[in-house]
Design a binder for this molecule. Sequence first.
Ligand SMILES: C[S@@+](CC[C@H](N)C(=O)[O-])C[C@H]1O[C@@H](n2cnc3c(N)ncnc32)[C@H](O)[C@@H]1O
Length: 306
Amino acid sequence: MLVREFLELASPSHGEVWVDATAGFGGHTFEIARAVGEDGVVLAIEKDPVTYEMLVNNIAEMGFKNVVSINSDYIKLSDIVISRVGRRPNGVLFDLGISSFHIDEAGRGFSYRKDEYLDMRFDPSRGQPLADALKSLSEEDIASIIYAFGEERRARRIASAIYRAVRRGELTRTAELNSAIRSVVPARILNDVLPRVYQAFRIFINEELEHVAIGLASAAASLEDGGRLVIISYHSLEDRIAKQLGKLPIFERVNKKVVRPSETERKRNPRSRSAKMRVLLKVGDMDEKDIYNHIAAFVPRFRRRP
Ligand SMILES: C[S@@+](CC[C@H](N)C(=O)[O-])C[C@H]1O[C@@H](n2cnc3c(N)ncnc32)[C@H](O)[C@@H]1O
């Protein structure tokens, strides 16, 4: 997404160290690897083990010698870059959220358009699938997840329908989640509401926004002076955190207005429509904890009611 615009504004250059914090199958990774050349390095981080396996195959198939990969969460970015590369990075890219693979092929219930088991974890070897997690949530908990992470104002009504379906033992698949939502939402707005509820549960199960804040703080602190931090976000909750980061005195904004995909890219890939890119230039130093504290205030939280 936004590959040409990214290369133009962030200009990864010969001999530099870059981190692709969300490597996916390597779309951006390989472009950066070409730009930094054999004297440079790209550290590719990917959390999803299935995606990671394909990334490793792609790296081998394309013969890149300057790409180092790791199956990990980007919250550990500063430690990983020092242990794997031994140098502070000149650039870090976050292309946040899920990939087309998650929607179309992963079979983990990320899409309301397919009938699949409700898992929703990026890394299925850790934590609980959504279908299990729902069993220990109260109706109020479900409502606050949908409200905080989906910004859906019908959260209470939807939570009540979901809670009742869970209690009846009828909520382990996407089709069942859809029918609980459909029972309380008018048909004409269903296609707006479904993506918001799915986004909310995905953010909840992966603790996504908290991880975004930790990962961005870690990247911001570890960057070299003159380094570029690039954030591509797909919804307002992510973009709000990125925007706050750009207000810190250690950054200058390379693009004053967020960059959006071209008409051609939007036509070719409808999922790119919501993408926004911010490129920040590091011009000062600040402690990782202080950076985190500054942006943490803009992370919506869900707290389980006792
Ligand atoms: C939008 S996709 C990136 C696509 C990639 N830029 C490309 O061009 O192929 C986001 C990727 O980030 C991964 N991801 C999500 N959360 C992560 C985290 N906390 N740490 C590392 N990777 C994460 C997802 O599994 C997904 O593959």
